[in-house]
Ligand binder design. Structure first.
Ligand code: PEP
Length: 260
């Protein structure tokens, strides 16, 4: 049973006071839907404040990135030991980290290994660009992302994968449910080839890319899609709560248990 997960990636939005106000608006609506796991990933600077606000709720907190070294001369970076105790998840390999900050599958691999050893659950983001899609390279791009980012990893119990086609992120042009399901199924097959079929069927795979309240049902009604990683729409409290409520209606058979 894969419990649905709706994750909010606030990116570089919200000051600490705006982040607190947003959480206060989200809390009642999200707490009313315990059958869907909900996760907020605010900027680093708001994590401590928000962890206090979420105390006693079942809403999870995550970081948008982390560095793989534990401490030392790495100006501007945040380590896993700084996040542990506040966060349960960490988003890794987001396309904005890859395209704007030079992250590669190799650095993502180091970060995933470090996150797992520190007990944080990595959300590995993968997906093809528009040029790669048009050149028919989607399958090879997601396969390479998975093979290289997961190289040497044996413990997948904490792993979540997010399929985020780059052409759909922040563009307002989401994939269709069928397009997303096609690639997510392919991702599950690649995971089966890297690990084994049982392992692959236990890993949650999210869709991300202009997901919103108007299209979320297209994604969460697909058999292989276990939720969404949501950017822009996650900053609108009523819309984000609506997405979580719709997910609960569409995935009632996955209510039972946390997958871990
Ligand atoms: C994201 O940044 O992970 C994302 C999916 O953004 P958006 O929903 O705004 O496309």
């Amino acid at each position: 049973m894969r419990k649905p997960l709706i994750a909010a990636n606030w990116k570089m939005n919200t000051t600490p006071s705006e982040a607190v106000a947003l959480v206060q608006q989200l809390l009642p609506g999200l707490m009313a839907v315990p059958s869907v796991e909900t996760l907020l990933c605010p900027p680093f600077i708001s994590l401590v404040l928000i962890s206090e606000l979420l105390r006693g709720s079942d809403i999870e907190l995550g970081a948008q990135n982390v560095y793989f070294e534990d401490k030392g001369a790495f100006t501007g970076e945040i380590s896993l030991s700084m996040l542990t105790g506040y966060c349960k998840y960490v988003i890794l390999g987001h396309s904005e980290r890859r395209s704007l900050f030079g992250e590669t599958n190799q650095t993502v691999n180091k970060k995933i290994r470090a996150a797992i050893s520190a007990g944080l659950r990595p959300i590995l983001c993968i997906g093809e660009s528009l040029e790669e899609k048009e050149a028919g390279l989607t399958e090879s791009v997601v396969t390479t992302h998975l093979q290289q980012s997961l190289e040497g990893i044996t413990d997948t119990s904490m792993l979540v994968v997010a399929y985020e086609p780059v052409w759909a992120i922040g563009t307002g042009h989401a994939a269709t449910g069928e397009q997303a399901e096609y690639t997510v199924k392919l991702i599950r097959n690649v995971l089966a080839s890297i690990f084994d079929a049982d392992t692959a069927s236990a890993i949650r795979i999210l869709y991300g890319g202009s997901a919103n309240a108007a299209n979320i049902s297209e994604f969460i009604s697909q058999p292989n899609i276990d939720g969404a990683l949501v950017g822009g729409a996650s900053l609108k409290p009523a819309e984000f709560i609506d997405m979580v409520e719709q997910t609960a209606k569409f995935r009632p058979r996955t209510l039972m248990s946390d997958p871990l």
